[in-house]
Design a protein around this ligand. Structure first.
Ligand code: ADP
Ligand code: MG
Length: 714
């Protein structure tokens, strides 16, 4: 097996002949790649196992072909007859999108036909889609509309080892759906289960069957049993097998070449700088082969991208053949695919990725891995009811997965940017997310699915009682639950229908009453993306001046609205004269001049379009408060009252709900102004606790607009 043979089958031709040749070559190449995957030799056996077992656990090395091949095997074996669909869930949207594109390519079909994907805010599927990649969260939402998931013949829960909160909940749910579907075939007893729904729990309110959350006695087609496949990259199948009553587990032999591991001598104070130095050391000193760097998020990836490109201009021209490709969730999907395309010949590719590249997607050509050993993770303190994002060390198993990426196609090297003795101190594996996140989103969905007894739900690993109770309490305070913990109508039901965090859903519902839904839609869209502004280190002052014109003395929310509207105005003014391509270009240029992240803005505009659609469907009144931002700020208080903080004599803030001491993040427009009372949307923990995205509010509004919380407190 050649080590990292550079493929140079980029279609360079301009003539038809040449391009059809290139196409044929490409097809052959793909066919060959498919055949050489470890999984190709066990197709028959796998299909047999699926036929024999209603639940099957498949464990296999990352890159062995599980995600891309197994759905195709199932299709070929007839599991999609009579319009049935094979569904594959992924914890991450990037994986769902890129894998679907790859598989469509392998099948030689257009994306959205036989093969498609569906993720929040982006759906490529059609009636003819038979192999459907989606996020685990999306399948949970589908269950709200079709509790039997009746169109699926097989559901594959992929990347189960990641143990995201959605994966965990989904497994519990699928267990019940499977039972319901098998019961209904054998004797139909389940059909006559009175008011019980699929999940075997009593229905919410008997008069309200039209939501589709209940087992309807005349329910269409649930006649065929559902096959479940749980796939995981980690060797430990026991947890899953036990959870599914001793389900059969099969292992797929992977192919792994040796990877040399290097550590730093000392701890690094600036891991981004260390990563940068290592990238150039590899680029200038090592044999050909692409580099994969693990970073913690979009902001970091974009900073490193700029630094690499800057540094490239300072080295001899002959050595500049380094192509930087980022890959992270918020990247527009056609840009995500760039990570998979081979670099032009002679070029070395350096991929800057979040932990998406750990196991979810396999990028060919990697020979070097650079691993600072960090990951951004959710963390939740049920006592304080606060969720935050923190950068934490990876677990040992994550570090091993990362280094494994270097040995897929030949021997490789992995540079861990920390000393060897630090590795020994790492946790063996990552704690399931369900134990470290706010559960209100999941609980709201379970309630909407008719699962009443959250504490009694069959979780693969139970979240703490304290966390469940705190989240129930929050949902109650938001008006989603009634006194006796039932989903409220209409507010709770409306909230469950919106594909947003419960607080954001509530904000939209309230905004229609405060006549500022237009402003709130923009706000929620802008808050759903990372970093609208960017401030390069060397152009700090320039960036500050450029963004000042958007700044609102009231705070960041209105500042974000100003940015959004300025971009809209720009496009509206020119749409007459421009086609779509041109308008994209104009927007990019404008963003660059104004130090605005065009990728983020584009993503926000996309999200805005989608949630506006949801709001319209729900019949919310789409009013704008115009320039009367008082209404809007009051609406912020009514919605985000759990995130209020007041200034203390020393200039720090005390978050009222949690009692935590926090500071205003330097990126906020209110960083220097320090108003008496604020509402914030995000808490970040580094050495200090910072709040981000905040607005100045009147302290008295709290008791006026959120008496359910503050009247009690006083
Ligand atoms: P697994 O799910 O077992 O980790 P995958 O099915 O994701 O494996 O990947 C199988 C192979 O397909 C990998 O070797 C990878 O190189 C290749 N592959 C996956 N996605 C793409 C893509 N978008 N472009 C090119 N090759 C890909
Ligand atoms: Mg996979």
């Amino acid at each position: 097996m050649p080590s990292v043979a550079r493929r140079s089958h980029q279609p360079t031709a301009n003539g038809n002949d040449k391009s059809s040749n290139a196409n044929r070559n490409r097809r052959q190449n793909i066919a060959q790649q498919k055949k050489s995957l470890p999984i190709a030799s066990v197709e028959k056996r796998l299909i047999e196992e699926v036929r024999k077992n209603d639940i099957l656990i498949i464990v296999g090395e990352t890159g062995s072909g599980k995600t891309t091949q197994i759905p195709q095997f199932l299709f070929d074996a007839g599991f999609c007859r009579e319009g049935k669909v094979v569904g594959i869930t992924q914890p991450r949207r990037v994986a769902a999108v890129t894998v679907a594109k790859r598989v469509a390519d392998e099948c030689g079909v257009d994306l959205g036909q036989k093969v498609g994907y569906s993720v929040r805010f982006d759906d490529s599927t059609s009636n003819s889609t038979r192999i459907k990649y989606m996020t685990d969260g999306l399948l949970l939402r589908e269950a709200l509309l079709d509790p039997y998931l009746s169109k699926y013949s097989v559901i594959i829960v992929d990347e189960a080892h990641e143990r995201t909160v959605h994966t965990d909940v989904l497994m519990g749910l699928l267990k019940n759906v499977q039972l319901a579907r098998s019961n209904s075939t054998s004797d139909g007893r389940h059909l006559n289960n009175g008011d019980k729904n699929v999940n075997g729990f009593m229905s919410l309110d008997k008069d309200n069957g039209q939501n589709g959350n209940f087992l309807k006695k005349d329910h269409r087609d649930k006649s065929s049993p559902l096959k479940l496949i749980i796939m995981s990259a980690s060797l430990d199948a026991r947890t899953f097998s036990e959870y599914f009553g001793g389900a059969k587990a099969v292992h797929i032999q992977g192919r792994q070449f040796p990877v040399d591991i290097f550590y730093t001598r000392h701890a690094e104070t600036d891991y981004l700088d260390a990563a940068l130095i290592t990238i150039f050391q590899v680029h200038l000193g090592e044999a050909p082969g692409d580099i994969l760097v693990f970073l913690t998020g979009q902001e970091e990836i974009e900073a490193v991208e700029r630094l690499i490109n800057e540094r490239l201009t300072k080295i001899p021209e002959g050595s500049r053949k380094l192509l930087v490709v980022p890959i992270f969730a918020a990247l527009p999907s056609e840009q995500q695919m760039r990570a998979f395309a081979p670099a032009p010949s002679e070029f070395r590719k350096v991929i800057l990725a979040t932990n998406i590249a750990e196991t979810s997607v396999t990028i060919p050509g990697i020979k070097y891995v650079i691993d600072p050993g960090l990951v951004k993770a959710r963390s939740y303190d049920p006592g304080k009811g606060m969720e935050s994002l923190i950068v934490v060390p990876t677990s040992k198993s994550q570090a091993l997965q990362r280094s494994g990426r270097a040995g897929r196609e030949g021997p490789g090297k992995c540079f861990r940017l920390y000393p060897e003795n630090e590795f020994e101190k790492l946790e063996d594996s990552t704690m399931p997310e369900i134990k470290r996140c706010n559960l209100s989103n999941v609980i709201l969905q379970l309630k909407a699915l008719g699962v009443d007894d959250i504490l009694g739900f069959d979780f693969i690993e139970k979240p703490s009682r304290a966390a469940i109770i705190k989240s129930l309490e929050q949902l109650f305070l938001l008006g989603a639950l009634t006194d006796d913990c039932q989903l409220s109508d209409p507010v709770g039901r409306q909230m469950a229908r919106l594909p947003l965090d419960p607080v954001y859903s509530k904000a939209l519902i309230l905004a229609s009453q405060f006549n500022c839904l237009e402003e709130m839609l923009i706000t929620v869209a802008m808050l759903s993306v990372e970093s609208i502004f960017y401030t390069p280190r060397d152009k700090y002052e320039e960036a500050r001046t450029a963004t000042k014109c958007f700044g609102s003395p009231e705070g960041d929310h209105i500042t974000l609205i100003n940015v959004y509207r300025a971009a809209n105005d720009l496009l509206e003014k020119r749409t007459m004269e421009m086609n779509k391509m041109k308008s994209e270009k104009v927007l990019r240029k404008w963003c660059k001049e104004n130090f605005i992240n065009s990728r983020s803005l584009r993503h926000a505009r996309d999200i805005h379009r989608q949630i506006k659609g949801h709001a319209e469907q729900m019949g919310l009144s789409l009013a704008s408060c115009g320039d009367d931002m008082l209404q809007f700020r009051r609406c912020l208080v009514a919605s985000f009252f759990l995130n209020a903080a007041v200034k203390q004599p020393d200039g720090t803030y005390r978050a009222l709900a949690s009692g935590q001491v926090v500071q205003i993040h330097p990126s906020s427009v209110l960083f220097r102004k320090k108003p008496e009372c604020i509402i914030f949307n995000e808490l970040i923990q580094t050495n200090n606790k910072y709040v981000r995205n905040l607005t100045r509010v009147d302290y008295l509004w709290l008791t006026e607009l959120a008496p359910q919380f503050y009247a009690m407190q006083n």
